[in-house]
Design a protein around this ligand. Structure first.
Ligand code: NAP
Length: 300
């Protein structure tokens, strides 16, 4: 098969779409023939060596944490899914012709492959954030960074629960935030005051998906520091906010089932921009730029 890969850390130019060994489904996993795989910021963080702790790359690097496709291998102990089923979900090294998934849900038939691929990481992260913050009907949530992959999905998942959502973006994405049902505010200096004005007071919970606003400003908006949760500023914990990187906080199968349900009922709409795998570098460059609207997705 072919897979996106690199042999030294670097900018997207070092990416190659070329031959790689076929992966196989281990116990509890499935393998899919990939129809689409999304680009997440963690991909370019891995590619550029940001996650390597200064060590050089050992071996070949592969990329991708979510995908959608057709099941062609079912690992030991897996039930409820069969060869030929159309699924989407989370895995590793998914930016390839074949990929192994650790968690998945059935792809709603009406949903495009690229949209389903885009829903894996963003949907699981959104579900995790809303569950940890205990966001319920009638609550007011502020999503800092609402127009990107995680942000736009979280906004819609919160609205589907009956919450009111205020979200931040640049000027360019204010209309997009309105389109997905959030009350938009501009990020940057003074954002806390703008959120307070939009909410008519403090909010019940803050989900920081951008990691750019000083955590003290976000804490000033919430009833207590622990009602601020960040997936992007891991220093926020020192100020009393909570941080999450997945792991035991994550309930991926339940999250993806919820996401599939929302997609099927049009309660979650994901704006995608697609690129062929051999033009992945373009998508990576856009992701690295930090101003993505919706999701970037690679397709064969
Ligand atoms: N810990 C975890 O479990 C986990 C899981 C998933 C993602 N993440 C992390 O979460 C972050 C976001 O991921 P993503 O997929 O949503 O990224 P993305 O699709 O690239 O979106 C980034 C968003 O950040 C917004 N932004 C830029 N500058 C901002 C600022 N100063 N204040 C507020 N928002 C700002 C941008 O809005 P404009 O375009 O309007 O400028 C853009 O919509 C990344 O760092 C990623 O690695 C963590």
């Amino acid at each position: 098969m072919r897979a996106l890969q690199y042999t030294a850390y670097g900018d997207p130019e070092v990416l190659e779409w070329t031959e790689a060994a076929d992966p196989h489904a281990g116990s509890g996993q499935i393998r899919i023939a990939v129809r689409a795989a999304s680009v997440n910021p963690i991909d370019w963080k891995a590619l550029t060596g940001m996650l390597s702790g200064g060590e050089p790359l050992a071996g070949i690097g592969y990329l991708g944490n979510d995908a959608a496709g057709v099941v062609d291998e079912v690992g030991d102990g897996v039930t409820g899914v069969a060869v030929g089923d159309e699924v989407f979900g989370r895995g590793r090294n998914t930016q390839a012709e074949y990929a192994v998934l650790d968690s998945w849900a059935a792809k709603p038939p009406s949903i495009d492959w690229a949209v389903a691929a885009a829903a894996g990481v963003a949907g699981e992260t959104g579900e995790r954030g809303l569950r940890l913050l205990d966001v319920n009907a009638g609550d007011t949530l502020f999503v800092d960074g609402g127009a990107g992959g995680v942000g736009a999905v979280t906004v819609q998942m919160a609205l589907a629960r009956g919450a009111r959502v205020i979200a931040s973006s640049s000027e360019a994405n204010q209309d997009y935030l309105r389109e997905i049902g959030a009350t938009p505010v501009l990020y940057g200096q003074g954002v806390a005051a703008r959120v307070r004005a939009a909410a008519g007071g403090p909010v019940d919970a803050v989900f920081d998906v951008a990691g750019k606003t000083p955590v003290e400003d976000l804490i000033s908006l919430a009833p207590e520091p622990s009602q601020v949760l960040s997936v992007a500023n891991f220093a926020a914990g020192q100020a009393g906010a909570r941080v999450t990187g997945g792991g035991t906080d994550s309930h991926p199968m339940e999250a993806l089932a919820q996401v599939a349900e929302l997609l099927a009922h049009n309660k979650l709409v994901i704006k995608v921009q697609t690129f062929p795998f051999d033009r992945a570098a373009e998508a990576y460059r856009i992701s690295q730029g930090g101003h993505v609207r919706g999701k970037l997705v690679l397709v064969p």
